[in-house]
Design a protein around this ligand. Sequence first.
Ligand code: UTP
Length: 234
Amino acid sequence: MRNIVISLGGSILIPTLEQNRISRYVPVLRAIAEHHRLFVVVGGGGAARDYIEAARKLGVDEATSDEIGILVTRLNATLLIAALGDAVYPKVAENHAEAKKFAESKKIVIMGGITPGQTTDAVAAVLAELVRASVFINVTSVNGIYDKDPKKHNGAKRFETITPQQLLNIVSQIGLGAGSNNVLDIIAARIVERSHIPLVVLDGTEPENLKNAILKGTFTGTIVSENNKNPLPL
Ligand code: UTP
């Protein structure tokens, strides 16, 4: 049984409340948790972006907008907990120490955001370091890391494997405002570099992709590691 930390982007799990993928992720997360100890950090998705936009229009500062975003991530996390039932620890961990404590229950542990100035990717990267995860998986809406934003540039090229240093170079070109939309935030990238924990970035539009990646090692995505080795399957 290995420790696995997943950053489950809100734009994947709950892009909108009407079009959420929670019911499709429940069996996937349950199946993985039969084999491994699972920590899932849930993002804010469309609702966080809507709230942050509304706050900005009211002239609210960035840090307060972040606090609002954090509340939305925790609301999303609460919805996932409710849907997972007895497979999961029944409370959103509000800091990393709590997440470690909750893991003693041997159930899936769910977190949202914790502190302004970052995203849930950074929460997940630190958690991966703290629980000595075998792999950190970022489930997002693109099938890996590209040299440019693939949604804006036609000729963007996807990397199969990159080093943590290359990852840092790529993400440091992108800004960090509340609700900013990147494949991974720079704090997360720094933690990935220092922790030496392999990161896999994959497309979670199809929830089965996550299960196949972890349990079978089949996926399309980008592996970030120093030795270019695929950490999956586990
Ligand atoms: P997300 O982690 O969801 O950011 O947090 P995101 O990059 O928009 O990811 P997707 O769309 O869910 O995949 C939403 C917002 O909440 C605040 C930030 O403003 C972030 O943009 N937040 C979240 C924090 O300030 N701190 C945290 O620890 C987490």
